[in-house]
Design a protein around this ligand. Structure first.
Ligand code: BMA
Length: 896
């Protein structure tokens, strides 16, 4: 194959030689298994699993599938049923990627030719024309190999991978001095061992929500770069606010590889037209790796609009171009969007509370972080399309979230992920990729980690969306809370390793590369207290410091006393099952019961399925239909009802704890539930199913993260209603409290308060009433027969979602009828209108259109009125008749 050269801004006329070329090596490669028995084409970027799947080499069973199923997800898909077990061999083999190509220019004219891999997954030897040119051992690094003297007109590249599973085992075996736990994931996860010994997506060896698919492949861009004078490797910029001068400055860093032995001089021209910036700097580059730093001062007279998180303002960005015009007509041009914002992590004393605050200020304003935790969107990164990223991240802002934590067991996400977060106003808490383990610190490992961190900070730091770096997920807790059965005598060794890795190396590199946002060593940590205690606190879950993670599947989740009144809760949650339409694609009829081996197989949390039933049983009746499929679907539905209600109660508790200190605890300023998305179709903590379908929890999140929210709860028979505001200004409003009976669609009673003001960014008590007194005013009402709802409004205009509070468990509800709910569907432009009618009050009304992609304006709601209009926003073109055919509605009493 003859590859075309892509000329990079090099004016070739007028006697100048081309100065830089980039030759893409993406596209068609060939792969073969260790002994050569399997040979097939493979796409780059991609992985072996995808290549095998695309060629239908793995498990061709489709012919036997019932009609309909194979068309959706072929049975060869690694996610189909138990395929993850059958495909284990793929990761145990050593695969080789090969590409032959011709170059039509004489490569010997170049001073330097590099073979650049933006990402290799993971352990490999790279050969060019049979000459070894480099080794790789880290999926998160960019590798650039010098091939100046190896490249020819006709070339063959080979990337010989070693099984990541075998490699991890070997590394762990070689680490003889002491144990670096854990060994293997729990058997229920069907995973591989010693993932902490390989710099690879940690959850790819199995996790409590995901399968083990340790991929091999060239997972990012690969190209040849040839140049004569110099080459621009990284282009970075960070806005810095000068507090004293009250002006914005922009620091632009450009990192060059200069091959010319002579000094290269020229000009750098920075232009940001909308800010009236046109600045020319003389620059000089000496031989070697050089970083040019340019400072742009923005005139005080020019108004710079800042970037705000979603829900707090616009995400204004400014187009910037930087042109380097260097000796000999060499020219590099970069354009990018620059956003201006400041971020501060505030840890200061709080009145009446021991410890320190822990919250983020953006542009000087305290912001309550509302959101979730992001995990990899697929085991096979090549399946994560732009469209899928956009859909998932749009769903984040559509649910009134403003933040995501990119969790440390996955990957540093692709550029597009962060670009979308910049654009949508999603603040990112960026973990480094270390999770739930102790890690070795031998030289090879540390050298590799240092390269990884340097590269990732350079790649990511220009994004305003990233508001904090964080060293790892739960590794401080794992060590200090004794998660592994380590020998006490080794504690100091482990502590030393921990400090070496996260403090002396990662932290130092991050701070050298970027001082424009905070760095915390772990999540959870006690923040400043952790530092004071030598980087490890005896209890990293201290409620008075830093962030906490909180899980409890046993205690009643409707009881707010269950939850920690912490400064910041960066993980918490409950599991649920995805909807039937999602599961159906990867299962067969025999799997469709809650106790099937499939249902057990997909559950990677020991006892997870039973824990869900336990939480359901506390407040709902377990399904008992004799029709097995019906019972399965009812159970799936109830797991989602339970999860939505649990996470709602917990999140509302955190939001109402924003401004108060009770018994020394409170001032909660962040609620990021675990977890946003799914990696496959299985039970998990997610609110979005694999493929993006919203679970009931995601619809609930849209409400419990609303900018203005009334929160109801009880304490010793007293009903309290708080108002939580994320607004920037004080707002006048009134509160209406209504009581409905389960048995009738007529309102029983209602009262409204006098107008009051909720201050900007505050959470305050608005209403208290003993429940018996409230019910006394509502004829015929008891705790079991009635339900309370409430909302905030001004001049008849709704300012908040309509929230509700159950006065008893719904398994004890009296008068709840099976509701006959019908929908008339019509089309309005791209949107479909569902006009609903109900025959009875219905809790947890669930509208489902199966596999038709899209979301409703609301779902899972309490229907107390006879009619209601809900919109459906399709993500792909669909029709009224398609929707009518797929439409199904369930409400709680249908499961009784
Ligand atoms: C936290 C996370 C993940 C895990 C989740 C649910 O510990 O950091 O490791 O998936 O809890 O168990």
């Amino acid at each position: 194959m003859l590859l075309r050269l892509l000329l990079l801004l090099a004016p070739c006329g007028a006697g100048f030689a081309t100065k830089v070329v980039s030759i893409s090596l993406r596209g068609n490669w060939k792969i073969h298994s260790g002994n050569g028995s399997l040979q097939l084409p493979a796409a780059v970027p991609g992985c072996v699993h995808s290549a095998l799947f695309n060629k239908r080499i793995i498990k061709v069973l489709c012919a036997a599938a019932p009609p309909g199923i194979c068309a959706q997800v072929p049975r060869t898909d690694p996610y189909y049923r138990f395929n993850n077990l059958d495909y284990r061999w793929i990761a145990l083999d050593n695969w080789t990627y090969i590409k032959k190509f011709k170059l039509h220019s004489d490569m010997s004219t170049w001073s330097k030719v590099n073979l650049v891999f933006e990402g290799i997954d993971t352990v490999a030897v790279v050969l060019l024309n049979s000459v070894p040119i480099g080794k790789t051992d880290n999926m998160f690094r960019r590798y650039s190999f010098d091939i100046t003297h190896t490249v020819k007109a006709v070339n063959i590249i080979e990337v010989r991978f070693q099984s990541p599973v075998v490699y991890a085992n070997q590394r762990s075996e070689r680490h003889t001095a002491y144990w670096v736990p854990p060994n293997c994931p729990p058997p229920v996860q069907d995973g591989e061992c010693h993932v902490n010994f390989i710099r690879k997506m940690q959850c790819s060896f199995g996790w409590d929500w995901g399968p083990s698919f340790p991929t091999q492949g060239i997972w990012k861009d690969v190209r040849i770069e040839a140049y004569n004078v110099c080459h621009l490797n990284y282009f970075m910029f960070t806005p810095i606010y000068d507090n004293y001068m009250k002006t914005w400055n922009l620091k632009i860093e450009s990192s060059f590889d200069v091959v010319s032995s002579k000094l290269v001089s020229g000009e750098a021209i920075v232009a940001i037209p909308e800010l009236n910036i046109q600045q020319t700097n003389n620059i000089e580059l000496q031989h070697g790796e050089r970083t040019v730093e340019l400072f742009v001062k923005i005139d005080k007279a020019i108004i710079v609009e800042t970037w705000w998180p979603h829900g707090h303002g616009n995400q204004t960005g400014y187009n910037m171009s930087v042109i380097f015009e260097l000796d000999g007509g060499l020219r590099f041009e970069k354009s990018a969007k620059v956003y201006f914002r400041t971020v501060e992590l505030v840890e200061e004393p709080i009145q009446n509370s021991p410890g320190l605050s822990f919250y983020f200020k953006i542009n000087g304003l305290p912001i309550f972080l509302k959101g979730s935790n992001w995990i990899p969107a697929d085991s096979f990164q090549d399946r994560v399309t732009s469209a899928m990223l956009r859909l998932l991240l749009q769903s984040v802002v559509d649910a009134n979230m403003n933040a995501l934590r990119v969790w440390g067991g996955g990957v540093y996400e692709q550029d597009e992920f962060y670009e979308l977060c910049d654009e949508l106003g999603i603040m990112i808490w960026q973990d480094f990729m270390f999770a739930c383990a102790l890690y070795p610190t031998d030289k090879d490992f540390m050298d590799s980690v240092r390269e990884e961190v340097t590269h990732q900070v350079r790649r990511l730091k220009s994004h305003p969306s990233i508001i904090t770096w964080s060293g790892n997920n739960e590794n401080e807790a794992a060590l200090m809370m004794g998660w592994y059965d380590t020998k006490p005598g080794y504690l100091q060794t482990y502590i030393k390793d921990y400090v070496t890795l996260y403090v002396k190396n990662i932290r130092t590199i991050v701070l050298e590369g970027d001082q424009t946002r905070p760095f915390i060593t772990s999540s959870p940590t006690n923040g400043a207290k952790t530092i004071a205690e030598g980087w490890l606190s005896p209890n990293p879950y201290d409620l008075n410091y830093g962030d906490v993670h909180f899980y409890d599947y046993v205690t009643d989740c409707w009881n707010w006393r269950t939850f920690p009144k912490a400064r910041f809760v960066s993980e918490y949650g409950y599991q649920s099952w995805p909807s039937f339409s999602t599961l159906e694609k990867v299962s067969s009829e025999e799997d469709w019961s809650y106790r099937s081996s499939f249902a057990l197989h997909r559950q990677h949390l020991i006892n997870g399925n039973n824990e869900m039933l336990h939480q359901i049983e506390l407040h709902f009746k377990l399904p008992n239909s004799t029709d097995q499929l019906r019972r399965f679907k009812d159970t799936l539905y109830l797991t989602q009802v339970m999860q939505a209600q649990c996470v709602k109660t917990e999140t509302e508790f955190y939001r109402r704890s924003r401004s108060e200190i009770v018994n020394g605890k409170g001032h909660t300023m962040g609620a990021l539930y675990w977890q946003l998305n799914d990696i496959w179709q299985a039970p998990s903590w997610s609110s979005l199913e694999y493929g993006g379908k919203w679970k009931m929890l995601h619809y609930f999140a849209r409400h419990f993260f609303a900018p203005l929210l009334p929160v109801g709860f009880e304490d010793k028979d007293m009903l309290f209603i708080y108002g939580a505001s994320d607004l920037h200004s004080d707002q006048q409003m009134m509160l209406t409290v209504r009581v409905h009976t389960w048995s009738s669609l007529e309102l029983v009673c209602s009262e409204s308060t006098n107008p009051f003001v909720i201050k900007a960014g505050e959470s305050v008590l608005l209403y208290t009433k003993p429940v018996p007194e409230l019910l006394k005013g509502c004829p015929g009402c008891t705790r079991q027969s009635c339900v309370v709802s409430f909302y905030l409004s001004t001049d008849g205009e709704l300012l908040s979602p309509i929230n509700y509070h159950f006065l008893s468990s719904l398994k004890n509800a009296k008068g709840l009828h099976k509701a006959n709910i019908t929908a008339t569907i019509s089309q309005q432009g791209d949107t479909f209108v569902f006009d609903l009618k109900t025959s009875a009050v219905a809790p947890f009304v669930w509208l489902d259109v199966g596999s038709i992609p899209g979301r409703f304006s609301d779902n899972g709601f309490l229907m107390t009125e006879k009619t209601r209009t809900v919109f459906f926003y399709p993500w792909k073109p669909t029709s009224k008749s398609e929707l009518e055919q797929s439409f199904h509605v369930t409400s709680l009493a249908d499961t009784y």
